[in-house]
Design a protein around this ligand. Structure first.
Ligand code: NDP
Length: 433
């Protein structure tokens, strides 16, 4: 805390991971201490902070701050998204980068951990303004990334449009047509099923987790928060698997649709019109729209937080438990506070942490990198079936690790240990670096 003041989200993420690694660390105490393994683990290998000037539609110059944190490359090139949101600061990027190390390790694919972004807000900006920002951002970022060194992707505020503008600028400056970004459009090296991957992956893992606990997803009522990339495809896959999703939200309000969320309407509002959820009632007159927060007050069997960090608080956890919720799986990164997580676990709720549950996005990004390297494109079915296999594998790995270390059913502990072990082994094998 003294070394990195004013980074509460980073401290929160480190605390959660280190606490759950206690058993493993105690078993290897002398070695880890001598090698300063944990001290190295929490210190990014490198971090960049840069000026991003761009001209708005009125001819006014605007200035944003850009970040890229290259956290850990022990098991492969840095990999992690770019977040564009006014709340972005170095502490947020570091928390996301730190989490990414273990998530990427859990996928069993050779990718290290990194994260980046800017305090730029794409909301309400014209396409030309977004392009001006993205080009300026990439003009600086391109010095530090590459297909074999660091491969950024999308995250909050960075979708296909932003990735396209950034990729165009990278190619223009570096003269390289390479898989330097993932989440690219299908016409220039993107992978089928990448758009759907995080939401679909979340449901594949949730379904498997319920199964190993003797439960079924089909027939369950589900609350989803958010209405962006992860939320939309989580809702779609949940419905395909026979569950009923009854909520959606954005940063101003939320929707309750007792007949089940209309995914086509959601996609049109958020992806095509880039509008607010207030519009949902125009498509579904029987649905309710409420200002503010409230998704977790609805009586559901399964809760899938898919918006942002710290959006499921202790009172929300209490409401979920009181309403008989049996499982919470995190589509977003760290959406549940530590206090809320502990309350859910103490009350018998099956809890799947984001680093396992939302790893489908980065896993499919790594599959996009493989396709770019071999200059081939795989079919939707091929990518989707690999994704499914990866999520089922993650589910079993975290469950087995929890059991092995005496914490059966504690998937936070299981995911952290399973992710950590491989990174620790690689770091120790590579010497002091
Ligand atoms: P999007 O930008 O597509 O959507 C984000 C959604 O969350 C929007 O509905 C947005 O509402 C809402 N939201 C954002 N910030 C806030 C806030 N401060 N308070 C309330 N609501 C908010 O992002 P994604 O769907 O891509 O990402 C969602 C989460 O999933 C993030 O935590 C991200 O890190 C994580 N994730 C994403 C992956 C991916 O592949 N996309 C992969 C793994 C994790 P509004 O429209 O009003 O801003």
């Amino acid at each position: 805390v003294k070394k990195n003041p004013s980074e509460p989200e980073f401290h929160q993420a480190v605390k959660e991971v280190l606490e759950s690694l206690r058993v493993v660390v105690e078993a290897n105490e002398d070695k880890y201490r001598r090698e300063a393994l944990l001290e190295r683990l929490v210190e990014p290998e490198r971090q960049f902070k840069f000026r991003v000037p761009w001209v708005d539609d009125k001819g006014q110059v605007q200035v944003n701050t850009g970040y890229r944190v290259q956290f850990n490359s022990a098991i492969g090139p840095y990999k992690g998204g770019l977040r564009l949101h006014p709340s972005v600061n170095i502490g947020i990027i570091k928390f996301l980068g730190f989490e990414q190390i273990f998530k990427n390790s859990l996928t069993s694919l050779p990718i290290g951990g990194g994260k980046g972004g800017s305090d730029f807000d794409p909301k309400g900006k014209s396409d030309r303004e977004v392009m001006a920002f993205c080009q300026s951002f990439m003009t600086e970022l391109c010095k530090y990334i590459g297909a074999d060194t660091d491969v950024p992707a999308g995250d909050i505020g960075t979708g296909a449009r932003e990735i396209g503008f950034m990729y165009g600028q990278y190619k223009r400056i570096r003269g390289l047509s390479e898989g330097v970004l993932t989440g690219k459009g299908l016409s220039y090296g993107g992978s089928l099923a990448r758009t759907e991957a995080t939401g679909y992956g979340l449901l594949y893992l949730t379904q498997e987790l319920l199964k190993i606990n003797g439960l079924e997803l089909a027939g369950k009522t589900v609350a989803v928060s958010g209405s962006g990339n992860v939320a939309i495809y989580a809702t779609q896959k949940a419905q395909q698997l026979g569950a009923k999703v009854v909520t959606a939200s954005d940063s101003t309000g939320w929707v309750y649709d007792p007949e089940g969320i209309d995914v086509a309407a959601l996609k049109e509002i958020k992806e095509v019109k880039r509008a607010r959820l207030t519009e949902y009632k125009n498509y579904r007159p029987n649905a309710e729209y409420h200002e503010g927060r409230g998704v977790w007050s609805v009586k559901v069997d399964v809760a899938l937080p898919c918006a942002t960090q710290n959006e499921l608080l202790i009172d929300d956890a209490k409401a979920l438990v009181a309403n008989g919720c049996i499982a919470v799986a995190e589509g977003a990164n760290m959406p549940t506070t530590l206090e809320a997580t502990e309350y859910l676990q103490a009350n018998g709720v099956i809890f799947a942490p984001g680093k396992a549950a939302n790893a489908g996005g980065v896993a499919t990004s790594a599959l996009e990198m493989s396709q770019n390297s071999e200059r081939l494109s795989w079919s939707f079915e091929e990518v989707d079936s690999k994704l499914q296999g990866i999520m089922v594998n993650i589910c079993h790995n975290m469950s087995d690790a929890a059991e092995k270390y005496g914490a059966k059913g504690n998937y936070v502990v299981g995911a952290n240990i399973a992710g950590f072990e491989k990174v620790a082994e690689a770091m120790l094998a590579q010497g002091v670096c």
